[in-house]
Design a protein around this ligand. Sequence first.
Ligand SMILES: NC(=O)c1ccc[n+]([C@@H]2O[C@H](COP(=O)([O-])OP(=O)(O)OC[C@H]3O[C@@H](n4cnc5c(N)ncnc54)[C@H](O)[C@@H]3O)[C@@H](O)[C@H]2O)c1
Length: 332
Amino acid sequence: MKAAVVGSGAWGTALAIRLCKNGHDVTLWTFEKDLIPQMESQRINPRLPGAKLPEELKISADYACVKDCALVVVACPSFPIRSVCKGIAPHLHPEAVLVSVTKGLEFGTTLRMSQVVQQETGHAVVALTGPSHAEEVALDIPTGCLAACEDQHLAEFVQDAFMAQNFRIYTSPDIVGAELGGALKNVIALCAGVTDGMGFGDNTKAMLMTRGLTEMARLGVSLGARKDTFAGLTGVGDLIVTCTSMHSRNRRAGILIGQGVGVQEAMEQVGAVVEGYYAARSAWELCQKQGVNMPIFKAAYEVLYEGASPQVAIKELLLRDRRPESEDAGWL
Ligand SMILES: NC(=O)c1ccc[n+]([C@@H]2O[C@H](COP(=O)([O-])OP(=O)(O)OC[C@H]3O[C@@H](n4cnc5c(N)ncnc54)[C@H](O)[C@@H]3O)[C@@H](O)[C@H]2O)c1
């Protein structure tokens, strides 16, 4: 099948390699036109230096490369996704299946990424998300992800396109829960990094991850997601991988902030898109709109955008009123 991956960051590149290995005819669209000669001659993308680009993978900086593709994977970061989709929209085949693999919430609208892609292209969209470092997928290390879409046939179409022995794709109708899990866990990963950077231990991180997951599910359910999705690959699965790995730039940015580096300086030092930084702002906006109690997300917003000190934010979280673990503990 003819396919295009729009976005040549680490993740778009790893997925383009996967689709090539699965026998598809793939073009990788890049924003970085200047890198094309190097990528074509050396078969290496500096965004994912550990992976060899297959000889048959085509590279283009022309939006028209999506023409006649049955599958179009949008893999750019969240901030340019609307403009990128505007660019490809006029060239899409009317039957093309669109896939969003971007993890974020649009600034200003708080829309999920598939909603932005759908608005700009008019096509139904499948979200492909889960615990997946590009560096590991590119090395064919066993990985599991979720293809989520209300339309079962479309979810299964995407499952078939990507599935491989070491890339196991599950399906789900809960695209709301799947995408919110992917976007919100980046905020918790940043916070986990902050606690690591401050020298706290595994106990602290385990508390942060589980209470963070509770807040993610609370917001998700208020927006129509299924609670059990947050116990799956795109919820707890992605939270584990992002909060515990040095591959995670969200966690690395958090570690720097916890060590006392300024927020902007930390973003620059990481040198790649730190989606959790942007998601923290949209998540806090959504949380206020929905009237949901999310103290960890509030603290993250205050540290990242209002100059609050991580030490004070953590102390305030720890000194909150005592309470049962679950709202439906059954005692009341
Ligand atoms: N890296 C991973 O392991 C991974 C895994 C799953 C999901 N994701 C998600 O995939 C998305 C992309 O992340 P990544 O890691 O591939 O990115 P990256 O940081 O490796 O690369 C960023 C890419 O954005 C491009 N870019 C910069 N400005 C642009 C613009 N104005 N318009 C279009 N493109 C522009 C750059 O050319 C570069 O290719 C993110 O939402 C991320 O959360 C990443």
